[in-house]
Design a protein around this ligand. Structure first.
Ligand code: GRF
Length: 193
């Protein structure tokens, strides 16, 4: 993606459903000098998402959509994004699948982070499946979002070693630590920085 407006940072929304540790790391990154993005909006489908606290802490606008009706929620979402002049979307633990129609409104400008070395272990329970399959490595991937789940073009990946006594929790923690570094790096890469 090219920086559109001179020195202005690209207005970005982060979509979450839970803890929001990636959201926090993206906000911190967005405040650094080298960041091409600013985070101007936090979207959650879950009113109880812990990550929503970062809206208050960092004074960022937030919107909650209940997603009871997907079409209606997406329509609402599109108008909220438009009103806020959002150009880029970072999915960070967002547990809803965006429709093809929605994705086409932001061509090449929706990113996601996934806790596996894609194309391995798309979808849920990635750590459990990697451990059950006695994998020696796992990791995380930042990719562009397309209409198929966890299948868009890969931007960056980070590999981590699975130790002998690894548990789902320890692996999740290890990978999450890497996710927080990988997402900002991947964003820089999409801007050729
Ligand atoms: C991360 O592992 C991310 O890769 C996955 O969901 C988790 C979200 O964690 N999609 P957090 O809410 O950013 O702490």
């Amino acid at each position: 993606m090219a920086l559109s407006t001179g020195y202005n940072r690209v207005r970005t929304a982060v979509f979450i459903s839970g803890t929001g540790s990636n959201l926090k790391s993206l906000i911190k990154f967005s405040k650094t000098k080298k960041s091409p993005i600013s985070i101007n909006l936090i979207i959650s489908n879950n009113s109880k998402a812990k990550g929503l606290n970062y809206a208050k802490i960092f004074k960022i606008k937030k919107k909650i959509l209940n997603y009871k009706n997907k079409n209606l929620s997406e329509e609402k979402l599109l108008s909220i994004l438009k009103i806020n002049n959002i150009e880029m979307i970072c999915l960070a633990g967002f547990m809803k699948i965006l429709s093809k129609n929605f994705i086409e409104k932001f061509p090449g400008n929706i990113l996601n982070i996934h806790p596996s070395l894609l194309p391995k272990y798309k979808g849920l329970n990635t750590h459990k499946r990697a451990l059950n399959n006695k994998e020696k490595y796992s990791g995380c991937t930042v990719h562009f979002v397309n209409a198929r789940l966890d299948s868009g073009k890969i931007i960056l990946q980070k590999k981590v070693k699975i130790s002998r006594h690894e548990t789902e929790a320890s692996l999740a923690k290890k990978i999450l630590f890497q996710e927080h570094k990988l997402y900002p790096k991947a964003i820089l890469k999409t801007f050729n920085l």
